[in-house]
Design a binder for this molecule. Structure first.
Ligand SMILES: Nc1ncnc2c1ncn2[C@@H]1O[C@H](COP(=O)(O)OP(=O)(O)OP(=O)(O)O)[C@@H](O)[C@H]1O
Length: 301
């Protein structure tokens, strides 16, 4: 549903986004993670057709964005990092203003706006948007992004201004939208936020994609920059002998317990080798590296 090919944006001779190759499937909730200044917003601006790439291309639902930004805008919703509204209009009036950009008659607009105001819990609010709290503005931003019932949603730091209750409601809503088949692209610099809703993530640092995949895959890649490795813990009833396997990178043993770094998940082969030695396995498990540790290491640069 979303694809980038060598996507690049250069500002003043410096790449903000540098040769990005991304792929996000339909119905996925994709987390675009990275420290401040990594290039997340710049990428979203190119994907939503707000700015043009310096090099490379990006596609949304098969449409090359730079070739037909208007066609892309019809099928996407976008929540920018700093949402702006007309302060002297109510939420409903603001949404009606945006809805006029789409092909909707007055009755359709009224119905759709009532529906999404309920969705973001702003129904019945009569205040002008200028008097809204930051959290309320963020909800109105989400409502605005949903006005055209988009196929793809781009959310730039969507929980930045939300209180815990707002964050919970946002997570439920995003999960529900993805359940309806929408593709959601969420940027954040907070790992726990992305982990809570996203199945797949891309990790950006200094404009470059450092890792992409499920949270666990990304954790493994980060934990071992030379390529993915698997950490397997084995415990037997008796003391362990040396075990050999072509995929073993490192074998650390302490009596009846061993920690093995391997190029692949060799648990079955290890179990067979241990059984052949006549030993009894108490435990053999794959240990997931802590993505928090790897992530913090990336942040420290
Ligand atoms: N219009 C611009 N002109 C010049 N430099 C820019 C412009 N927009 C972004 N940059 C630079 O590009 C880099 C990436 O910025 P970007 O806003 O995309 O990062 P980000 O990951 O979204 O971070 P943040 O969450 O802080 O917005 C930064 O070094 C930023 O200073």
């Amino acid at each position: 549903m979303i694809r980038t090919e060598n996507l690049t944006k250069v500002y003043n001779g410096k790449p903000a986004v540098d040769g990005l190759n991304l792929e996000v499937g339909e119905g996925e909730i994709f987390g675009f993670l990275g420290p401040n200044g990594a290039g997340k917003s710049t990428t979203i601006l190119m994907l939503t057709g707000m700015i043009e790439p310096t090099a490379g291309r990006c596609f949304v639902d098969g449409i090359e964005v730079a070739n037909d930004p208007l066609a892309v805008k019809r099928i996407i919703g976008y929540l920018p990092e700093d949402v702006g509204f007309y302060g002297n209009l109510t939420g409903e009036q603001n949404l009606d203003y945006f809805a006029r950009f789409y092909d909707m008659n007055a009755a359709d607009r009224k119905e759709r706006i009532a529906e999404i105001l309920r969705l973001v819990h702003l129904d019945g609010v009569t205040q002008k948007a200028g008097e809204y709290s930051r959290g309320m503005k963020q909800r109105l931003g989400l409502a605005q992004a949903l006005i055209n019932d988009p196929k793809v949603l781009f959310l730039d730091e969507p929980t930045a201004n939300l209180d815990p209750e707002g964050v919970r409601e946002y997570r439920d809503l995003v999960t529900r939208l993805a359940g309806e088949g929408k593709t959601v692209f969420v940027s954040s610099h907070i790992l726990s936020e992305v982990r809570a809703v996203c199945r797949t993530v891309g990790l950006l640092a200094a404009g470059r994609l450092v890792a992409q995949g499920t949270i666990d895959e990304v954790a493994r890649t980060l934990a071992s920059p030379g390529g993915e490795t698997f950490r397997i813990v084995v415990e037997t009833a008796e003391d362990l002998p040396d075990l050999s396997d072509p995929d073993i990178i490192e074998f650390e043993r302490d009596g009846n317990r061993a920690v093995i770094q391997a190029k692949s998940d060799i648990r079955e082969r290890l179990a067979a080798a241990i059984a052949e030695e006549g030993l009894h396995i108490r435990e053999i498990r794959l240990e997931e590296p802590s993505i928090e540790d790897a992530f913090m290491a990336l942040y420290r640069g």
